[in-house]
Design a protein around this ligand. Sequence first.
Ligand code: ISJ
Length: 291
Amino acid sequence: MNNEYERPIKLGRISYTNAWPVFHHFDPAALSFPTEIHSDMPATLNRKLRAGEIDMAAISSYAYGISSDTYYLLPNLSVSSNGRVQSILLFLKSPLEEVIHGKIALTTTSATSVNLLKIIMEKFYGGKPTYEDAEPSLEKMLENADAALLIGDHAIRASWTKHGYRVLDLGEVWNVWTGHWMTYAVWAVHKKTANRYPDAIHHIYEHLLESKNKSYRNMEPIVAKALSQIGGTSEYWHNYFATLCHDFGPEQKAGLQLYFRYARELGLMANDVELLELPVQRVIDNLPNCR
Ligand SMILES: C=C(OC1C=C(C(=O)O)C=C[C@H]1O)C(=O)O
């Protein structure tokens, strides 16, 4: 162990497939200092990062927004889409006109999408539904709700069942109403950790970016892993990873700032957000992957 570090750096990894292209080739053993990976659902990583139980993580963009003063963003990393995302889905048991004044069950794994849903329901559709947190299980959620929001692999698996419900893709609704990209997750690091261990944090960042670049040069290993762990078809996964974007450039930032503005207007968020990025020690090549 390098004596400069009194403790391991703790890195949170989203357990859903949407983050795999960034993490797949990331190997903590290749680093010259101890790094621990904490895999979890986004909402859990949001809480752990906020509490300082981990140092850096992929978290919900909403969770970044409400605590942006304590974090740096890792440049050029996000989970975004320009339209359909395929894994942020509202399943409608009742007609949309009823849902917007009815009851919606919300997965406990999300923060960005639950607030995106509120923006869509209240600002775009002029509704005022009631919301209820629920474990991510479609049939259970719909037992006493008019609609259910699922994200990530829970949404993907549910979309493959013969459920018979109408489905809204929130990435698509957002894009139709705003014309913007939507960013669901970002990579954040505590400023105090980054200031204390700048070399370590920069190194981890470099490895994450290299992992992403490698994934985008060849998505096959990630598709194969998704097939064996989740199921589905090779075509489905190639299409899913092509739909997502893992960069965080001007277009993604503009979409996210609009989301933050709408969240503030609805009282879902109190503060303005400055997207402050980790100062990089040297320029690292990024293989652009957003279309
Ligand atoms: C595209 C997705 O992005 C995500 C959505 C998140 C949220 O709603 O808080 C958080 C992280 C990502 O998992 C997804 O989960 O399907």
